[in-house]
Design a protein around this ligand. Sequence first.
Ligand code: CP3
Length: 349
Amino acid sequence: MASVPVPALPDKPLLAVLRGERRDLPPVWLMRQAGRYLPEYRTLRASKGGFLDLVYDPATAAEITLQPLRRFGFDGAILFSDILIVPHAIGQHLEFVAGEGPRLSPRLADAPLETLKPVLERLEPIYATVRAVKAALSPETTFLGFAGSPWTVATYMVAGEGSREQAEARRLAYADPARFQAIIDRIEEVTLTYLSGQIEAGIDAIQLFDSWSGSLAPAGFEHWVIAPTARLVTALKQRHRNIPIIGFPKGAGGKLAAYARGTAVDAVGLDETVDPVWADAELPEGLPVQGNLDPLALIAGGDALKTAVERIRAAFPTRPHIFNLGHGIQQDTPIAHVEALLAMLRTRS
Ligand code: CP3
């Protein structure tokens, strides 16, 4: 019997690597690729007012998501939004103060969680952005959604702002673990809703940003990073079986292997302080990794950039690898250096 030809699905190299396939030319995207180093972003930002006005306007947020794709043709597009949309939906007041950063109130160091009134409608415009980007994205591009991990989001909700060493959240976790657990549980629940909504609107894969996982002692890391992330991954996979999840526990260092095993994420993001040779030796065999160029090497360019890129590529001779920075691209990064990086990555080493 003649077999019926199955129409080939478009090849999305980044998604293939997340599913465990090794590509000799690693797919690439850059954390914070939509943002202030791009003149077209700064122009749009200046015409629209504040950062949250951009995020809550789906047409504008979709345009910003697509800007770096048009310019550089990355393998991945990351949704333009923010990890602090979840506290906003949980009911905190949120604003971004120019030159200072985010402010959330009331802060949970003072106010009980029960005083917050959920406003889940605040998630809806983000799903509209996902649908708008999806309609415009080329079929080879992997569309990444994201959220902050419960611990990192909790550090902002407790302190009401970015804080040095996340001391207030760590203190609350020691002083009143039941109250801190309730905060983590609430974030977990709304994040599950938020990520499910993104997936239903058309996202291909998820990244969980745990930007402040590095400030916790080992027992805290187990309890507040690994355990909630593992629960979130399990719950998300129950609803959306095939969705790949990248975990990015920045600053986790030697605890990365325990994180990879304990959370069951599909891929692990490495920050620039992790030796890629160590990561290849210590992480579970075949687990895809992402990273980990120092954003400052990208600013430097030239030979420093070339050497750093080659070292990372050589460290993963057989492991599935997605090329990325070790943290977000900085505002003063020359566009020409991003172009030079892409040219290097599109040549076999
Ligand atoms: O390309 C992308 O990655 C776009 C989407 C994105 C943003 N923030 C947009 C943004 C993502 C994935 C984030 C994640 C995020 N947001 C994290 C985790 C990653 C990390 O960087 O550690 C954290 C901790 C936040 C919270 C947050 N949002 C802070 C601390 C700030 C900085 C405050 C400031 O004024 O610079 C933001 C603002 C923010 N989020 C900007 C962008 C492009 C800058 C907004 C601007 O002024 O134009």
